[in-house]
Design a binder for this molecule. Sequence first.
Ligand SMILES: CCCCC/C=C\C/C=C\C/C=C\C/C=C/CCCC(=O)SCCNC(=O)CCNC(=O)[C@H](O)C(C)(C)COP(=O)(O)OP(=O)(O)OC[C@H]1O[C@@H](n2cnc3c(N)ncnc32)[C@H](O)[C@@H]1OP(=O)(O)O
Length: 225
Amino acid sequence: MTVDADPVAELPDPRDYGLAVVGEEEIPAELTSLVAEVRSLVDAVARTRAGAEELSAARAAVAAAAAQLGDGPRHDVGTMVRRTWDDGRVEYGTLTNAVSGPTNAAAPPLRLETAPEGGLRAQVRLNGTYQGPPGLVHGGWLAALLDQALGAAAVAEGMPGLTANLDVDYRRPTPLNTPLEITSRVTGTERRKVSVAAEIRHDGEVTAEGTAIMVRLNLPGDGGA
Ligand SMILES: CCCCC/C=C\C/C=C\C/C=C\C/C=C/CCCC(=O)SCCNC(=O)CCNC(=O)[C@H](O)C(C)(C)COP(=O)(O)OP(=O)(O)OC[C@H]1O[C@@H](n2cnc3c(N)ncnc32)[C@H](O)[C@@H]1OP(=O)(O)O
């Protein structure tokens, strides 16, 4: 179904709407490795069997690190990160996005790329901090990963919007600590509604799939109304 398709040629610049923007390339390598270290720390804390002395020492070390950054300069909450694809297209997402924010250690290490067959693709490995049933990924996180991939597929086609409706089917248990493939694409548009579909696969088999209706942002002058 494609009615009134007209994707916007270029995404709106968030700065025109009062939001700060940082380029992905401006994120210091030291911050990227700090984020990776904090992710490992969260997993280690979640499963540690260390004794009281080691735990107290670790707490003090973490408190010292928090104090080091605590009073320093911070980006505003709504800050967006700009990514420029190889073909010159520009994309924006929130810097601390809960599912794929590049500086958010609470987010899985998800980086969606354009797929040769169209749409987006990513590979991600989820550690024990994303656990639901024993050894398996929590269904809420699977829904969040699908939602992000679905929203990003619409953004990649120049149609940023909000999720109005999300349907998820869990087909097979999704294991932790193993590569998962996520794919997503736009399947149709109708006025401001963008239909999108996404899958999560393990070993080539679909374990979860989702469809959504993203309603395009109704921004003055972007043709989205
Ligand atoms: C600020 C400028 C920034 C520019 C930045 C540039 C690019 C990047 C920007 C953003 C990035 C975006 C996404 C990135 C990826 C993220 C993935 C995560 C996504 C989320 O985490 S997002 C959070 C959760 N999400 C919400 O927080 C939405 C809350 N909600 C609402 O804000 C409203 O509810 C809204 C806006 C959805 C609609 O409201 P509205 O007033 O604008 O529009 P309206 O009601 O007229 O609906 C228009 C047409 O959608 C149909 N429709 C509406 N609702 C429907 C439903 N539930 N099911 C089926 N169809 C539905 C109607 O039936 C009508 O259809 P029709 O054309 O056929 O009449």
